[in-house]
Design a protein around this ligand. Structure first.
Ligand code: NAD
Length: 324
């Protein structure tokens, strides 16, 4: 089997390359993202392997089918970047449904602890021997209220960790989980009661801009917001208004609705064209990171193994347990 891996960085290759021999697969590693004009690079391949910012449109699926590519292997759990309607019955889409939810949950907590105690600001100050702590007064998490939106694998891991801070937890999910010790409430109640809101649901038609102007209006004054799920869960312009009015005290964003083409790239010498992102960066109480909640050695290894298992099952005609 021959696979073209798009959008690969050195930290992807170190996990996949050693597996090529064992799985007897031919791997082509491409720096390029998967786009209409880079699809030809997969000519002669049985599958392509893509990451979260490779948008696969209906036209691209038509072209992949013409090229006789049989599968799209996702190095992710989320599949909102693939036109699933167009793919249905024509090309297999195989994902990695779970790869260390703890990695993302621990990262979400790290973001929260950063924005509520300003450790990002303290770090840069002390590097310059500016030992002043003016303006860095934080707030405790102890006995504060958290609202978790989405109580799947990552949301549940988050709940488990935050209980250790003795926080009061509320949750909202379309499909509440059984047997977890959390009180489910509807969204308006969650917004009204939470000192901290953390997003752990997938991006769907229903959850697009689940945090918009109306949602922010219902939130507590001084709320902290953490998004490690997908950027488009938040209407960024409404978020900026919420920060300007000081309704929102701090934001941790590991994802951004227009992150494609920006995140994972070194643009430090370039003129940034995205005014919204540039504005976000000016707030001292906003922490933006480049979609790296998953980025631990444990998760990377799990992604590589599961992706190769998906390819192997396809090649051998076995049951495709991770088919979307
Ligand atoms: P999961 O499928 O285990 O859980 C998602 C939960 O969201 C489910 O309980 C589901 O019922 C719920 N849900 C679905 N639609 C909803 C709605 N309209 N309102 C409220 N809840 C809804 O997924 P997971 O593994 O916990 O991952 C959650 C999200 O985290 C993924 O969708 C992905 O977007 C994101 N993610 C981010 C990173 C990162 O590096 N930052 C890594 C992995 C996953």
């Amino acid at each position: 089997m021959k696979i073209a891996f798009y959008t690969t960085k050195p930290y992807d290759r170190i996990w996949f390359e050693p597996m090529a021999e064992g799985y007897k697969m031919d791997m082509i590693f491409l720096d390029a993202p998967c786009k209409p004009n880079t699809l030809n690079l997969a000519e002669g391949c049985d599958a392509i392997c893509i990451f979260i910012n490779d948008q696969i449109t209906a036209d691209m699926i038509d072209r992949l089918c013409e090229m006789n590519v049989k599968a799209i292997l996702l190095r992710s759990a989320g599949f909102n970047h693939v036109d699933m309607e167009a793919a249905k019955g024509r090309i297999h889409v195989l994902r990695v449904p779970s790869y260390s939810p703890q990695s993302v949950a621990e990262y979400a907590v790290a973001m929260l602890l950063t924005i509520n105690r300003f450790t990002h600001k303290a770090y840069t100050r002390t590097r310059d021997f500016n030992m002043s702590i003016n303006g860095l007064m934080g707030t405790e998490l102890y006995r504060k209220t958290v609202g978790i939106i989405g109580t799947g694998k990552i949301g549940q891991s988050m709940i488990h960790i935050l209980k250790g801070f003795d926080m009061k937890l509320y949750a909202y999910d379309l499909y509440p989980a059984q047997g977890i010790d959390v009180e489910y409430v509807d969204l308006p109640e969650l917004f009204a009661k939470s000192d901290v809101i953390s997003l752990h649901c997938p991006l769907t038609k229903d959850t697009h801009h689940i945090i918009d102007k109306q949602a922010i209006e219902q939130m507590k004054q001084g709320v902290y917001l953490i998004n490690t799920s997908r950027g488009a869960l938040i209407d960024t312009n409404a978020l900026i208004d919420g920060l300007l009015s000081r309704k929102i005290a701090g934001v941790g964003l590991d994802v951004y609705e227009e992150e494609s083409g920006i995140f994972y790239e070194d643009l430090s010498n370039q003129i940034i064209q995205d005014n919204t992102l540039a504005r976000l960066m000016t707030f001292p109480n906003v922490l933006v990171t480049s979609h790296m909640g998953f980025f631990t050695s444990e998760a990377m290894q799990a992604i590589a193994i599961e992706t190769m298992e998906n390819a192997y099952a396809l090649e051998k005609g076995m049951e495709l347990v991770n088919e979307v």
